[in-house]
Design a protein around this ligand. Sequence first.
Ligand SMILES: Nc1ncnc2c1ncn2[C@@H]1O[C@H](COP(=O)(O)OP(=O)(O)OP(=O)(O)O)[C@@H](O)[C@H]1O
Ligand SMILES: [Mg+2]
Length: 354
Amino acid sequence: MPIIAVSNQTGGVGKTTSTLNLGAALQGAGKRVLLVDLDPQGNLSVAAGLLQPEALSPSIGDLLVQAARPGAGIPNARAAIVRSPAGLDIIPANSQLSAAELALVSAISRESALHTVLLPLLPDYDFVLMDCLPSLSLLVVNAFTAADGIIIPVQADYLAMQGLAQVMETIAAVQTRLNPQLQIFGILLTMVDQRTSHSREVVSTIRQAFADQIRVFDAEIRLHVVLKDSTKAGLSIREYDPQSAGAIAYDRLAAELIEFVDSRGPTTPRNQRAAAAAVVLPSFTPPPPTPPAPLSAPAPEAEAPVATLSPEAPPIAEPVPEPPVARSRTTRTEPLRFAEFLAGRDGWLGRGDQ
Ligand SMILES: Nc1ncnc2c1ncn2[C@@H]1O[C@H](COP(=O)(O)OP(=O)(O)OP(=O)(O)O)[C@@H](O)[C@H]1O
Ligand SMILES: [Mg+2]
C-alpha cells in the first residue's frame, strides 16, 4: 500500500489531472485507491465531482488542524473520506487547508502530521495518491514525509523542465532529514504534443538525461482536450470516454506503476525505516536555452538542435545560472530556497535537528 505524492512545484503541469485519472485507472485494475487532495483550492475534489468542497467537513485541513493541536489525539481520518460520484474514495480539501498549514508551523511534529493522519487508513487501501499543490510549502514537505514514492508530472515544455532541478533538491532535502526511504517512483511526461518538435525534444532530453537513474514512465500523456472536458464534467477520463487515447494512456501508466510497485515487494512500515540509508539522487542540470538561429539563415523548425543532456553530449561545465523559480498563476505559496531548507534557520526542516 504505497503512499504516492504526485508533485511538481511548477503549476499547471497535470498533477491534479494525473492523480484523478491514475487513481481511476488503478481502481479499474482492481486496486483499492484513496485520493487525498492536498491543495487548498480543492481542484482534485472538484475534478472528482465534489462540486462544493468548501461545504465538506471534515476535510484534510480539519484533520491536520487537529493533528497539530497538542493533546488532541489522532484525528479520525475515516470520517473525512467521501465516495465521489464516480466511485473513488477521496479526502477532500478546501480553504481550511491553508489554516492547517499555519497551525502546523508551530506544531511539534509539523513535518509528519499528515503521515500520522493517514497511517490508520493504510490497511484499507492498495494505493494512496496525494495531489500536491504547486509549491515547496510545509504541506508538500508533509506529503514527502508521508510518502513512499513521488510521481513527478512534467509538462513536455522547456520551462516546465527547468523546474525539475528544484523538485530534485527538495526531494533530496526531505530524504536526508525526514524520510530516508523516499523514492522517486517516476517522471511522468504530460501534455506531450507529438506534432511539435519542441515537445518531442523535451521528451527526448528528459528520457536521455535520466536514463538508468530515474524511471521515466514509458506511458506518456499526450495533449488531449478530452482530458479537460472530463475534468469539467467532474469525471475521470475512464468514466467520461473509456475508449479515448487519454484513458488508454492512464491505463498503461497504472499497469506500469503496479508492475513497479509489485517488483519492490511489500512496503516497509515507517516505524521500521529509521535506520535506512538515504537514497542518492542524480544531479540534474537543466539544459541552457537553445540560442536563436541567426536571422540571415533561419533554421527550419524540424532541424532545431536538441538540448544536450545525453551521455554522448554531457551538460556544459560552466556554472549555469540559477533557474528562475517557475511561477504560474496557480503557484500560491512563496517557494523556499534550497539553502533555507538545509540551513534550517527559517526553513521547514530545521526543527528535527535541534
Ligand atoms: N494531457 C492533457 N491534455 C490537455 N489538457 C490537459 C492535460 N492534462 C491537464 N490538462 C489541463 O491543463 C490544466 C492544468 O492541469 P492540472 O490542473 O491537472 O495541473 P496541475 O499541475 O494540477 O495544476 P496546479 O499546479 O494548478 O495544481 C487543466 O485545465 C487540465 O484540464
Ligand atoms: Mg492541481
